[in-house]
Write a protein that binds this ligand. Structure first.
Ligand code: ZN
Length: 674
């Protein structure tokens, strides 16, 4: 008989571990990895002390190999096992390792914070791509790997081996992270905490077309099984890989003494943010394969390599206050206001605390000295309080019961939800102003004159009580506005621009209208698919939910969300009023551009005169082409505008066809630049 209290404690802990593990694998971790590890160890300890608790479905029995829990991908066995790396956490440990592995040539490589992948090339053709999994068995992600520009489908050059297993890291570059997160949010998802989660989540998506949009990159960092390829050293292998068209790291260096290795470690500790990708350490390898073989491996890691791990960059500061914000969907999120402090490359004064459960878990009080760091070096995160520094003046944060924006009583959407929402979706000023700015965004109606300030003004002055009246606005309506009129109450330049923008915005693509409705989970991808298939909003509203769910790239969750949205009276009224104001409700047939670019991948770099960045992309997509952010051998054309940089250089190196703006216009019209 197990003590019920013990049982309950185990149950709670197991629940927590399961929840956070799911969040982690869905790339929405709420807590830092270290906190998860602590939870997990606590559960393990409890089961060790009370073996009767260790039931077969305990999370301690299943963790560690996501391959086993995957239902989306097939499991495949690696040709050669993918080992882990031993770590060194300080210079002493590194020196010890260097003493054990005397050599006159080491390689130092940046440890990319991404996701490991193994590519199998047979006779030069990409046969398979698999995630690391538990090192023996990974997930087959071949279809997804094939849409990553850096991964060649076919090796080129001389002496291509009969078999080659390439190990590498898939990652999202720092410069692409924000954009990938915007896309994710536009599609209704929570932003990724860091590029590593973003890379992992992106590579493991079901639909390769979704993977393509995530701008994944890859760098090779080793080889596994091989036939017909016998390099003498690691760096010789890299040179060969590069010759066959595989990407290798520009940061890898050859050094010739232990002191030089230590010097590199110190150098990169100072320059962590200089690389194009996130890094969490420096990998040191003995270069010669003969020496590597002589050193051998333990059961889990090779003896000829070590990963020097840099400490996460953490600093302490004062938690001045905790306030709450109301988002577009009504979610009420507490956030920390801190004494500004410099951490990992920028000054930070605010950080999200996610929800009240998180505030409790972190145990922070207003007035505390708190430790913060940047998760993945980008998003600031409060780790917890420095309890010793308390002087008794700190106070607990009390989650508001009323919406700070409209005063409506807050409630969880479902029983037990950690997130609380303001149910006054229609006219809560905070929600309405975020919806207005969202629908005015470039991914929807593109109403340039309607920004955050303008939206708040239209609401505060009572000119708009929800978004339904937006397209009926007249000069007379704007008279009460502060943003859109002069002091004398006459419509100013911004006001005229707003009315002009509104007149143009009415005649837009149907998918943009669908995006503008702010329906949960219905982002640009789903909206495009729905508009393309039904070609009319009324037809779409009348369609059965199963039928909608059958649309490519839509599915049940989105279909149901769509249907639920239209069950709300004021939502229907809103669409009717927009329609009456002349907003597009049908996909106009003649506007559908000729699919001149089918099968072509086009990179636009530098600035063009006649196109914005998004406009050029849109022009390519609407004609059936692929718009890519990075140049590779698979790129069909590179369009070069003013101030193009490294992409142009790379295009010239690869001898790709380069077009100027005029050539681009011809290409759009005819499918050929001539
Ligand atoms: Zn509210």
């Amino acid at each position: 008989m197990i003590d019920p209290d013990l049982r309950r404690r185990w149950n709670d802990l197991a629940e927590e571990v399961r929840r956070h593990r799911d969040l982690y694998y869905n790339d929405q971790p709420e807590i830092p990895d270290a906190d998860f590890d602590a939870l997990f160890r606590e559960l393990q300890q409890l089961e060790e002390d009370h073996p009767e608790l260790a039931v077969p479905d305990s999370p301690t029995m299943e963790v560690g190999a996501p391959a086993v829990v995957s239902s989306t991908f097939d499991n495949v066995e690696h040709l050669e096992r993918m080992m882990s790396l031993d770590n060194a956490f300080d210079e002493d440990e590194l020196r010890e390792w260097l003493t054990r592995t005397p050599s006159d040539t080491y390689l130092t490589e940046l440890k990319i914070d991404g996701l490991s992948i193994a590519l199998v090339y047979r006779d030069g053709r990409l046969e398979r791509a698999a995630t690391r999994g538990d090192g023996r068995i990974g997930e087959d992600v071949t279809a997804n790997a094939k849409v990553i520009d850096d991964i060649p489908h076919e090796l080129t050059g001389d002496d291509i081996p009969a078999l080659l297993e390439v190990r590498g890291e898939v990652f999202i570059a720092v410069e692409d992270f924000d954009e990938v997160n915007e896309l994710r949010q536009a599609e209704g998802g929570k932003p990724f905490a860091n590029p590593r989660n973003a890379a992992a989540g992106s590579l493991r998506q079901k639909n390769p077309e979704d993977v393509r949009k995530r701008r994944l990159r890859m760098i090779a960092h080793g080889i596994g099984a091989r036939e017909g390829f016998t390099p003498a050293s690691q760096h010789e292998a890299y040179t060969a890989l590069a010759g066959w068209g595989l990407p290798v790291s520009p940061y890898t260096e050859q050094v010739h003494s232990a002191d030089e290795v230590v010097e590199k470690v110190r150098h990169w500790a100072e320059h962590r943010h200089d690389a194009a990708h996130e890094m969490d350490g420096l990998v040191v390898k003995v270069d010669s394969y003969a020496e590597q073989r002589a050193l051998g491996a333990t059961s889990r890691a090779p003896r000829w390599a070590i990963a020097y791990k840099y400490p996460p960059e953490e600093v302490a500061t004062q938690l001045i206050d905790i306030q709450v914000g109301v988002g577009r969907t009504g979610r009420v999120t507490p956030f920390a206001i801190m004494e500004p402090v410099f951490v990992a490359g920028s000054t930070v004064s605010m950080a999200t605390l996610h929800n009240q459960t998180e505030v409790k878990r972190k145990g922070v009080l207003i007035g505390d000295t708190v430790v913060i760091r940047k998760a993945g070096e980008i998003i600031p995160e409060v780790l917890g309080p420095v309890v010793e520094k308390r002087d008794g003046s700190e106070r607990e944060f009390i989650f508001p019961t009323l919406c700070p924006s409209c005063g409506t009583r807050l409630a969880p959407q479902k029983e037990g939800d950690a997130d609380w929402r303001c149910p006054n979706t229609r006219s809560c000023p905070a929600q309405l102003s975020s919806r207005l700015t969202y629908l005015a965004g470039r991914g929807a109606f593109d109403i340039e004159a309607l920004g955050e300030k303008g939206a708040q003004d239209l609401i505060r002055t009572g000119i708009l009580s929800d978004e339904s009246g937006l397209f009926d606005l007249t000069e007379a309506d704007l008279a009460a506005s502060k943003v859109y009129t002069t002091k004398a109450g006459k419509v100013n330049a911004s006001g005229r621009k707003l009315l002009d923008n509104l007149a143009t915005a009415r005649e837009t693509d149907l998918w943009r209208v669908i995006v503008a409705l702010s329906i949960r989970h219905v982002g640009p991808t789903a909206a495009r698919a729905l508009a393309g298939r039904y070609r009319s909003l009324p037809a779409l509203i009348d369609a059965p939910v199963d039928d909608i769910a059958d649309t490519d790239g839509v599915g049940t969750i989105i279909a149901e969300s769509f249907r639920n949205w239209f069950e709300v009276d004021w939502h229907r009224a809103l669409v009717e009023r927009w329609a009456a104001a002349g907003v597009t409700m049908e996909e106009s047939g003649e506007d559908l551009a000729e699919q001149t670019l089918e099968g072509l991948t086009i990179v636009v770099t530098g600035s063009l005169e006649g196109f914005t960045r998004d406009g050029a992309k849109e022009a390519i997509l609407s004609r059936g082409g692929k718009a890519s952010g990075s140049v590779s051998k698979k790129t069909s054309y590179v369009v070069v505008g003013e101030n193009a940089g490294s992409k142009e250089t790379k295009a010239r190196e690869l001898e790709l066809p380069i077009l100027d703006e005029a050539g681009f216009v011809r290409l759009l019209e005819t499918g050929s630049p001539e």
